[in-house]
Design a protein around this ligand. Sequence first.
Ligand code: UDP
Length: 321
Amino acid sequence: MILITGGAGYIGSHINKLLNKDGYDTIVLDNFSSSNKNTVKWGKLVEAELKDTQALNKIFNKYQIDGVIHCAAFTSVPESVEYPAMYLKNNYQNTLNLIKVMKQNNVKDFIFSSTASLYGNPLEMPITENAPTKPINPYGQSKLLVEKTLENESKNGNLNYIALRYFNASGADPESEIGEMHNPETHLIPLILNTAMGKQSYISIYGENYNTPDGTCIRDYVHVNDIAKAHILALNYLKDKQKSKIFNLGNGEGFSVKEVINTCQEVTGTTIPTIIKSPRKGDPEKLVADSTKIRKELNWKPKYDTLNKIVETAWNWHKKQ
Ligand code: UDP
């Protein structure tokens, strides 16, 4: 049985679906702080807080947990800039509790939802796993602290982990059963699609004087199912090799905010009104992955290798909402 914390959330729910499709038994732990029960259509469900040691122990006592996929976290960069302590508490302190309970129950395999945010503003592009980790926002800081803890625990022989440093997770389940929606929404693609559906009248572009070809920030968008697939490969790797690893997870191509808006216009057949706003605090200028390591070592290959394909799946799901 695989425990997925945050398994009701955007990325967690796609991982949960894929694991069940591949024949794994799963148990989702979630507090529904930014999701709801409708997304947990597969596996078992426990509604609890990560800081609740008793609730966690109950799960580990009741089920034979073979591995943990830890997705539960707050994920918005601008929110983390506004509420840094809340991010450190939820993303770091609560993870310490999970690790403590895993150790007590002798569960060793840990897959961590990490992030490209921990690179800050890297000097070299594309970014390899060896780039310095210098986060420029509390979201990235909270994830880096967890990675450091995992490194220490692994060195001490307490667990084996794979940290998957996601670039910009995007798109939706191709069967449109689940998709991306946060409350409040701060992520670019769902906000653009909300605008295409008339739920808001325009999209804000946060800054157009960055040192990029069109002046807007560049990100590497990677499909949520390709991310989910990487978790299955990581689980198998940990089971076989019992060795800790860190991998970037991105498509390797960067798209500016304006390019993403253009692609969404093409896919939705609508015109998206835009307004230029000040840059958002804590936003790195450019994040593009070098994912050679995971391609080579885990044989990971993204299926959704163009932004069009990614946005199409997101749009199909969005239209159903
Ligand atoms: N962005 C934007 N307008 C929005 C939301 C996001 O211009 O309404 C920009 C944001 O400044 C960043 C990029 O889109 O440069 C991706 O932001 P998102 O929040 O989706 O992901 P992040 O990279 O912050 O994790």
